[in-house]
Design a protein around this ligand. Structure first.
Ligand SMILES: Cc1ncc(COP(=O)(O)O)c(C=O)c1O
Length: 415
């Protein structure tokens, strides 16, 4: 029998059935943009994508074969919500290298860091609660927490990352506005998405000191920490206040995002709640991908691979920065010089609204993410854009940066 897949299904209005929380859910500009930028002739600096030509195809293939052959019956079975024990042990040891005093009982595997953000929202945020974060901040966190009714009080960000001197004032404003303290502060210490900035050791210590006085929990989101191109590693905030910090990281940027594998390090007192929240969400992260990732990790593949990625991304960052110097209206723009990660943040003259200007950039076949997308209260970033330098190969980075530079010059009446 042939099924008619084109048949029209009668439509109903789902409006009255939708939960109130869906009103606060906004479709991510990045996701919408990504649809557009999948056209092959567009050079996209928009997504936060790693370079696919460096995905470890052979290693993943070998690990899959090994896992199926040697552990197939357990690797394809349901498994504990906390995650696969050997991988939790591996991650606890890795965390120790960064100075985070984790034991496997503090580590929980998640379906990407994005799920960790959602679970944190689920267990900590009541309707109307405030979160303190930087402006700009990671859009995915805002998307996750909006559905729990979060509100945001923001502190500024400069070339040195979050301006920690503003935290206390932000805390007091929240108390004044809502008569209850903020639930937590959300921090992106290394190679910030979208700004590319890194929080100095001095600022990390200050942040721990201030939030300690205020009794404010810290969410430390660190997907990029391993991708440092230059300078010394700085201890995670979690090392200074492990009892008050929930630390998140992921295999997305070091192995591949398609595995959807991240982890939370949190105090044991919270673990039970997170486990229950995760059970409701997906029972557990895919057993098979955990076994595969564990096999790859135990073979010692990750360290040299990450070293290679650092070189590749450093080169791509430099190519983009050099091309900006060459093709952009240098006198009128400024941009960050990230020491690692995937992104830089460029500011253009205020007469250019980067959301409107995106249409013109797309005509020139180049894409970026407008800065205002990263402001949770929609109160800034109109003259800024996030540029990703990890995804495109070198020639495309030069060509895309040139196209953007020309479009900017045209807009400013310079050509
Ligand atoms: C700051 C930050 N947190 C979390 C995530 C989500 O990562 P994952 O792929 O592990 O879900 C990203 C992804 O780009 C990110 O930039």
């Amino acid at each position: 029998m042939n099924l008619d897949l084109t048949r029209e299904v009668p439509k109903i209005d789902w409006g009255p059935y939708l939960a109130n929380r869906t009103e606060q859910m906004k479709s991510s500009t990045i996701r919408e943009l990504l649809k557009l930028t999948q056209q092959p002739d567009i050079i996209s600096f928009a997504g936060g994508l790693p370079a696919p030509e460096f995905f470890p195809l052979r290693e993943v293939e070998e690990a899959c074969r090994y896992v199926v052959q040697s552990e197939g019956t357990v690797a394809l079975q349901y498994s504990p919500t906390e995650g696969y024990r050997p991988l939790r042990e591996f991650l606890a040891r890795t965390m120790h290298k960064y100075g985070i005093p984790a034991v496997p009982e503090n580590v929980l595997l998640t379906s990407g860091s994005q799920q960790a953000l959602d679970l944190i929202g689920k267990i900590l945020i009541n309707e109307g609660d405030y979160v303190i974060t930087s402006r700009p901040t990671y859009l995915g966190a805002i998307q996750a927490w909006n559905s729990y009714g979060a509100r945001y009080h923001t502190v500024n960000l400069d070339d040195g990352g979050m301006v920690v001197d503003e935290i206390e004032h932000a805390y007091e404003k929240v108390l004044e506005d809502s008569k209850r303290p903020p639930k937590f502060i959300y921090v992106l210490p290394n190679f910030h998405n979208p700004a590319g900035t890194t929080l100095s050791l001095e600022r990390r210590k200050k942040l721990v000191e201030v939030t300690g006085r205020l009794n404010l929990p810290i969410i430390e989101d660190d997907p990029y920490g391993q991708l440092r191109f230059e300078g010394e590693d700085i201890p995670p905030i979690c090392t200074f206040a492990p009892e008050r910090t929930i630390y998140l990281s992921t295999f997305s940027k070091t192995l591949t995002p398609g595995l959807r594998l991240g982890w939370i390090v949190c105090p044991e007192a919270l673990m039970r709640r997170i486990v229950m929240a995760k059970q409701g969400a997906d029972l557990h992260t895919g057993t098979f991908v955990q076994y595969v990732a564990n096999d790859i990790c135990q073979r010692g593949f990750l360290r040299p691979h990450v070293e290679r990625l650092r070189q590749v991304y450093r080169e791509r960052r430099d190519i983009m920065l050099d091309a900006m110097e060459e093709f952009w209206p240098v006198e009128q723009c400024r941009w960050t010089h990230p020491l690692g990660g995937l992104f830089l943040w460029a500011q253009v003259p205020e007469v250019i609204n980067t959301t409107d200007f995106l249409q013109k950039a797309l005509v020139e076949k180049v894409a970026y993410v407008p800065g205002s997308s990263f402001y949770p209260n929609a109160d800034g970033g109109f003259d800024a854009m996030r540029l990703n330098f990890s995804f495109c190969p070198p020639e495309a980075i030069v060509e895309g940066t040139r196209r953007l530079g020309i479009a900017l010059k045209k807009e400013l009446g310079m050509v």
